[in-house]
Design a protein around this ligand. Structure first.
Ligand code: ATP
Length: 590
C-alpha cells in the first residue's frame, strides 16, 4: 500500500479507535448479518431438501417432521434482521461521531499551520481537501461493510458449513477465489496512484476556481475573463485526462476479474454435476454448494467496485493527509511558558530569515539588529519589498526565524507559547479582512468579553461609529465574506477599533490607515496617537506624514537598517528618508 494511503489509514484509525465499541459492533453485526441471512437460510433449506429426498412425508406429518426446520428458519431470519438493524445503527453513529473528529482534526491542523504554509496554498483547495477527507472516511467504511466484510464472512462460513461435508470442493473453491483476490489486488495497486493523480488534478481545479472567484474584481476590471477561462479549462482538461486514464484501468480490471468469475462458475458447474456420482453428495448439500458458490461469486464481483471505492477514497483523502503530515513550521516548544509583557521592550538580535516556496528561497534578513525600548513608538519605512511587513510578522511569530532571536522584555519569543505572544500584540494588517459575522463581533474579536458600551467606545475612537450607526442594522450588520460589504476605509476603521479594544501592551500597525481619506486619517491618527501612548508601537507606513511625529524612524533597505533616528535628525542627515520625504511633500504641494 502506498505510504500516503497508509498515512490516511493511520489518521482514520486515530479517530476510529476513540469509538472502538461502535466499530466493533459494526464489524460483528455485518459478519453475523451475512452469516444468518446468506448462509443460514440455504443451510436450513439444504437440510429440508435432504429430509424431503430421504423419504416421503405424509401430509398430516408435515408440521411434525418439518416444524423444527421451519422454527430454525424463522430464528435465522429474526437474528439476521436484528443484526441488520444493529449494523445500520453502528454505521450511522460511527460516521456521525468520526465526521466530527475528522473535522476538528483538519481544522486544528489548518489553524495551527504557519502563515508561510497558508500563503503557499489556495484557501479553496484546503477547504475542498477537508471535505473530501471527511467524505472519504465514509466511503471506506461503507466499502468495508459492503463488500469486504461479507466476503471475509463468506470464506469463514463456507469453510465451517461446507468444509466437513465436501472438503475437496471447499479446497478447490478457496484456491479459485484466492486467484481472484490476487488479481483484484494487483490491479488495485496499479490503479491507486492513478487515483491520487486524479484527486490532485481535481484539487488543482478547485484551487483555480477559488483563485478566480476570490479575485473576480481584478479579473473583471482587467477584462481577463478569457485568460482565466483558459487557465480553468487547462486544469479542467487535466481532470478529464486523469479520470479517463483511471477509468480505462478500472475497466481492464473489471474485464479480468469477470473472466475469472466465469471460470469459477464453470468449474463449479462441472463439480456439482458429477458431485453425486463421484462423491455421493446429497441433494441438500448440492443446493448449499450451488447457492454458496453463486453468492460468493456475486460478492467477489462487488470486490471490484469496493476496491474502486477504496481507491477513490484514498485518492480523495491524500491531499488532506499530506497537509496533516506536514510538519508544523511554527510550533510551541514542549512545556513552553506564557510570555509575560511588563514593559514591552523588543529586541531583534542578528535576525536571519528567508521565505521558502517550492524550493525557491527569498532571503529577506541577514543579521538584522534592532532594539526598541519599552514604550517607544517607531515608524518603519522603506521601499516596497524592504521587509517591513515581514519584520512585523516575525515579531508575531507567524513564521519562525532561521537565525538570531527576538526578545520581548528579555524573553525569547520562540520559547514562549504563540498564543500568549499574540494576545499581547494588537496587530492591524495592511489588508483588513473581516469575518462574515456582525460588526460588533468583529470589533470584539480580541476581547470577546467586551460590553456593548466598550465596543461602541472603541468604534467611536476609531472614527467608525458614525458609519456603523448609519447601517440598517448598526452593530449587528453582518459584514459579508471577508468584509466585502464595507469599503476599504471602513474595514480599516473596524480593524483599528478591534486593536483599540484589545488593549495590548504592544501595538503593530502595518499601513493601518492607508485606505483612509486624509480627513478620516487625521481623526483616526489622533485616536491612534492616544492609543500608542505608553505602549511600544511599530508603525509601518509608506505615507511618511503618518510616522513623522513618532519617537523614532527606522529606514529599511534590502532587509537592513540604513537610517535610524527621529524625523528631524533624519531630515538633517539628508539621506534616503529625507529624499523620500521631500518627494512626498513636494508631491503634495504640487
Ligand atoms: N509568503 C512569501 N513567500 C515568499 N516571499 C515573500 C513572501 N512574503 C513576502 N515575500 C518577499 O519578501 C520580501 C519582503 O516582503 P515584505 O512584504 O516584508 O516587504 P514590505 O517592505 O513590507 O513591502 P511593502 O511595503 O510593499 O508592503 C519581498 O521580496 C517579498 O517578495
Amino acid at each position: 500500500m502506498p505510504s500516503t494511503a497508509r498515512r490516511t489509514l493511520h489518521y482514520y484509525w486515530l479517530v476510529t479507535r476513540k469509538h472502538f465499541g461502535l466499530f466493533a459492533l459494526l464489524v460483528l453485526s455485518t459478519l453475523f448479518f451475512g452469516g444468518f441471512q446468506t448462509y443460514g437460510n440455504p443451510f436450513v433449506m439444504g437440510l429440508i431438501v435432504d429430509r424431503v429426498s430421504a423419504a416421503p412425508v405424509a401430509a398430516d406429518q408435515v408440521f411434525t417432521v418439518f416444524g423444527p426446520y421451519i422454527a430454525a428458519l424463522v430464528l435465522v431470519n429474526v437474528c439476521g434482521q436484528t443484526c441488520s438493524k444493529l449494523q445500520d445503527y453502528a454505521l450511522w453513529k460511527l460516521e456521525i461521531a468520526v465526521s466530527y473528529d475528522l473535522a476538528t482534526m483538519s481544522f486544528d491542523a489548518l489553524s495551527n499551520q504557519s502563515m508561510t504554509f497558508h500563503s503557499n496554498r489556495f484557501g479553496g483547495t484546503l477547504v475542498s481537501q477537508t471535505s473530501k477527507f471527511m467524505a472519504a472516511y465514509n466511503q471506506l467504511v461503507e466499502a468495508l461493510v459492503h463488500p469486504f466484510l461479507p466476503v471475509l464472512g463468506s470464506v469463514v462460513f463456507v469453510c465451517i458449513l461446507l468444509g466437513p461435508r465436501v472438503p475437496v470442493y471447499v479446497v478447490i473453491l478457496m484456491a479459485l477465489f484466492a486467484v481472484y483476490a490476487c488479481v483484484s489486488y494487483i490491479m488495485y495497486k496499479r490503479i491507486l496512484h492513478l487515483n491520487e493523480n486524479a484527486a490532485r488534478a481535481q484539487n488543482n481545479l478547485s484551487g483555480e476556481l477559488s483563485d478566480a472567484v476570490t479575485n473576480i474584481l481584478t479579473v473583471k476590471t482587467y477584462g481577463r475573463e478569457d485568460y482565466e477561462r483558459e487557465l480553468f479549462d487547462r486544469a479542467n482538461r487535466e481532470v478529464v485526462a486523469r479520470d479517463s486514464k483511471r477509468m480505462r484501468s478500472s475497466l481492464l480490471r473489471g474485464v479480468l476479474t469477470a473472466g475469472i468469475a466465469v471460470i469459477i462458475m464453470s468449474v463449479v458447474a462441472v463439480f456439482i454435476s458429477g458431485g453425486n456420482a463421484w462423491f455421493g453428495i446429497t441433494p441438500g448439500t448440492l443446493v448449499m454448494m450451488f447457492t454458496y458458490t453463486y453468492t460468493m461469486t456475486q460478492q467477489f464481483n462487488f470486490v471490484n467496485s469496493g476496491l474502486q471505492r477504496f481507491n477513490r477514497a484514498f485518492g480523495d483523502a491524500s491531499g488532506m493527509t499530506q497537509v496533516l503530515d506536514e510538519p508544523r513550521l511554527v510550533a510551541d516548544a514542549p512545556g513552553a511558558p506564557d510570555l509575560k509583557v511588563r514593559e514591552g521592550a523588543i529586541d531583534f538580535e542578528g535576525i536571519g530569515f528567508s521565505y521558502e516556496d517550492g524550493g525557491v528561497e527569498t532571503r529577506v534578513f541577514d543579521g538584522l539588529d534592532l532594539h526598541i525600548p519599552a514604550g517607544q513608538r517607531i515608524g518603519l519605512v522603506g521601499m516596497s519589498g524592504a521587509g517591513k511587513t515581514t519584520l512585523t510578522k516575525l515579531l508575531l511569530r507567524l513564521s519562525d526565524i532561521q537565525e538570531g532571536r527576538i526578545m520581548v522584555d528579555g524573553q525569547d519569543v520562540s520559547r514562549c507559547t504563540q498564543q500568549s505572544l499574540r494576545r499581547q500584540i494588537a496587530y492591524v494588517p495592511q489588508e483588513a479582512l473581516l469575518f462574515h459575522r456582525s460588526i460588533a463581533e468583529n470589533i470584539a474579536y480580541g476581547r470577546p468579553d467586551a460590553t456593548m458600551d466598550q465596543i461602541r467606545e472603541a468604534a467611536r475612537r476609531a472614527n467608525a461609529l458614525e458609519f456603523i450607526e448609519r447601517l440598517p442594522q448598526g452593530f449587528n450588520t453582518v459584514t459579508g465574506e471577508r468584509g466585502v460589504k464595507l469599503s476599504g476605509g471602513q474595514r480599516q476603521r473596524i480593524a483599528i477599533a478591534r486593536a483599540m479594544l484589545a488593549d495590548c501592551p504592544v501595538l503593530v500597525l502595518d499601513e493601518a490607515t492607508s485606505a483612509l481619506d486624509s480627513e478620516s486619517e487625521k481623526m483616526v491618527q489622533d485616536a491612534l496617537e492616544e492609543l500608542m501612548r505608553g505602549r511600544t508601537s511599530i508603525v509601518v507606513a509608506h505615507r511618511l506624514s503618518t510616522v513623522a511625529s513618532l519617537d523614532r524612524i527606522v529606514v529599511l533597505d534590502g532587509g537592513k537598517v540604513v537610517e535610524d533616528g527621529p524625523h528631524a535628525r533624519l531630515i538633517e542627515q539628508d539621506g534616503e528618508y529625507a529624499h523620500l520625504w521631500s518627494r512626498q511633500t513636494g508631491a503634495y504641494l504640487e
